[in-house]
Design a protein around this ligand. Structure first.
Ligand code: AR6
Length: 201
């Protein structure tokens, strides 16, 4: 059962009382970032984002779930990427697309979040994950995209900080992307969901 709450995010001057009026393509089309308590592998969106690692060859957490449910086609494409342009792996903050295999989504965009802690501030790399994933999605002409809370599991980034970085990066990036009309954060547990709710407020 998904519990869906819509959090209005102000993206600049527009009339929220008339959400169906979208006369100007230069206006941002995302009125809302959806916060959902649920499983990202179940999402019916064009793109789901994977919190991968630089090897692109799978792992635990959301990465494991996506490969398990999406089937071997995703890993096959990841291996091709490693054999080609991504021979050295995917760098932290970068994003790249593959098929979504058997998932309901059309594509998986793989990105690598930064590990916590680190001697230097790596917040900009976490923001890059969101920005670059949305750029890849826009390049695929995706209209909807779902993110997990990147770096907040195995990579141990504090959820309060991650939520602020994620929502800020998404809000800024949607301004450049009139084609993306749904951005959904899919939070896997109640605590993470609650923290994102507070950050959105
Ligand atoms: N749907 C949505 N969110 C999920 C799901 C799911 N099915 N499963 C877990 N989460 P993590 P990271 C949440 O560890 O911290 C992997 O081994 C989870 O509760 O998946 O970026 C990779 O291969 C947490 O809130 O990703 C890398 O080696 C969030 O997703 C490493 O973990 C992210 O947790 C990446 O670590």
């Amino acid at each position: 059962e998904l519990e869906i709450h819509l959090i209005p995010v102000v993206l600049g001057a527009r009339d929220f009382d008339r959400p169906s009026s979208r006369p100007d393509r230069t206006m941002p089309n995302v009125d809302l970032i959806e916060l959902v308590l649920g499983d990202i592998t179940e999402q019916d969106v064009d793109v789901i984002v994977n919190a991968a690692n630089s090897s692109l060859l799978g792992g635990g957490g959301v990465d494991g779930a996506i490969h398990r449910k999406g089937g071997p086609e995703i890993l096959a494409e990841c291996r091709k990427l490693r054999a080609g342009h991504y021979g050295g792996g995917l760098k932290t903050g970068q994003a790249v697309a593959t098929t979504a295999g058997r998932l309901r989504a059309r594509w998986v965009v793989h990105t690598v979040g930064p590990v916590w802690p680190s001697t230097e501030d790596r917040s900009h790399l976490l923001a890059d994950c969101y920005r670059n994933s949305m750029h890849v999605a826009a390049g695929l002409e995706a209209r909807s995209i779902a993110f997990p809370a990147i770096s907040t599991g195995v990579y141990r980034w504090p959820v309060e900080s991650a939520a602020e970085i994620a929502l800020t990066a998404i809000t800024q990036t949607t301004k450049e992307m009139p084609g993306i009309v749904v951005v959904r954060m899919v939070l896997f547990d109640q605590r993470t969901y609650d923290v994102f709710q507070s950050a959105a407020r």
